[in-house]
Write a protein that binds this ligand. Structure first.
Ligand code: NAD
Ligand code: MG
Length: 329
């Protein structure tokens, strides 16, 4: 069983008098900086001068300076620029400011696990990974709650690394929902597998192919969009709140019978075999090496795949329907 901590188990005195430098102000950077600030932590945000995040951070009332200066001011330096940009930001700026006794913090273990960043031995290296996008992290905090988070220690130079990670998770609001202790390896490999096989990749392909089959068979695309995409949210909400059984109990008996008997015909043993291969590539580091090489080469294939998405018929139809129903402007 993993160890789970809540607010009452966490002593946040370790953060007294400390400054947290948040590097980057995107999805996680903004939410984490604001949650910590509202929890009484001294926060400074480090950004590229002239970037559009700078104005946003100022408008939000947080202290902003350059990446190097923020990293110099921070006792804890939190890396929240995109994973692929982190090695350069680390090498050119953050590393220059890492002194003995400081803490380097991540929200995902990728660059440590795959060796793209190697911090000096005399700093603590920790991870606090909220299990939600930034907007939800902020929304839950503002509602007086929090999203669950994973914490992990890669390097414990001070002997207090876990305490620091837990206190930071508490400042994000995650101590209200539960903070789970894990390793950099487990967090990274599970996260990559999840987003590839089930969440982003798996769900995308299920929707795309369901839409394609219906439209090719001559059904109206608008109806197909409702069936295989729009309604997926309602089903996932049911699973989120009450589990798979709870979802089945909330739909008709015909939907139960159809889902239970036809589901395994669609996602069959071959799909499970594919999932095992995908997990192996994550564990061996092949996925990480390929993605880092793609990024270094200018992300041409990556951009082409995104253009392909934008050109899909389901995207055109979906936009119309979301506009019609007021979901999108
Ligand atoms: P993001 O893409 O939303 O934001 C990155 C920000 O970094 C940008 O807004 C910009 O301010 C800055 N930036 C971008 N490129 C830069 C560069 N080359 N140099 C300097 N600054 C640059 O990133 P994110 O999704 O918030 O991810 C940050 C970290 O959080 C990653 O390690 C990611 O794995 C982790 N994480 C993300 C989520 C999520 O749902 N988005 C969830 C958990 C953990
Ligand atoms: Mg992820």
């Amino acid at each position: 069983m993993v160890k789970v901590y809540h607010d009452k188990d966490i002593d946040d005195k370790v953060l007294k008098g400390k400054t947290v430098a948040v590097i980057g102000y995107g999805s996680q950077g903004r939410a984490q900086a604001l949650n910590m600030k509202d929890s009484g932590v001294n926060v400074v945000v480090g950004l590229r001068p002239g970037g559009k995040s700078w104005k946003q951070a100022e408008a939000d009332g947080v202290k902003v300076t350059t990446v190097l200066e923020a990293a110099q001011q921070g006792d804890i330096v939190l890396m929240l620029v995109p994973d692929m940009a982190q090695p350069t930001v680390w090498k050119e700026e953050v590393a220059l400011a890492m002194r003995k006794g400081k803490t380097l913090q991540f929200a995902h273990g990728f660059n440590i696990l795959y060796g793209a960043i190697t911090p000096p031995k005399d700093v603590d290296v920790i991870m606090v990974a909220p299990k939600s996008p930034g907007a939800e992290l902020r929304r839950q905090y503002e509602a007086g709650f929090g999203v669950p988070a994973l914490v992990s220690v890669h390097q414990d130079a001070s002997g207090k690394a876990l305490q620091t990670a837990l206190a930071l998770a508490k400042a994000l609001g995650s101590g209200k929902a539960g903070v789970l202790e894990t390793s950099f390896k487990d967090e990274t490999e599970e996260d990559l597998f999840g987003e590839q096989a089930v969440l982003c990749g798996g769900a995308d392909q299920l929707i795309r192919r369901g839409f394609k089959v219906l439209v090719e068979a001559g059904y109206p695309p608008e109806l197909a969009y409702f069936e295989v995409c729009n309604e997926l949210k309602l089903i996932v909400d049911l699973i989120y709140k009450a589990g798979i059984g709870g979802m089945y109990r909330a739909v008709s008996d015909t939907a139960k019978w159809g889902g239970l008997t036809v589901g395994p015909v669609i996602v069959d043993d071959r799909v499970e075999e594919n999932m095992r291969k995908v997990l192996k590539d994550v564990q061996s580091g092949k996925f990480a090496r390929d993605w880092m090489a793609e990024y270094r080469d200018g992300s041409k294939h990556f951009k082409a795949l995104m253009d392909e998405v934008d050109a899909l018929e389901i995207e055109r139809v979906g936009r119309q329907i979301r506009k019609m129903s007021g979901l999108e402007k």
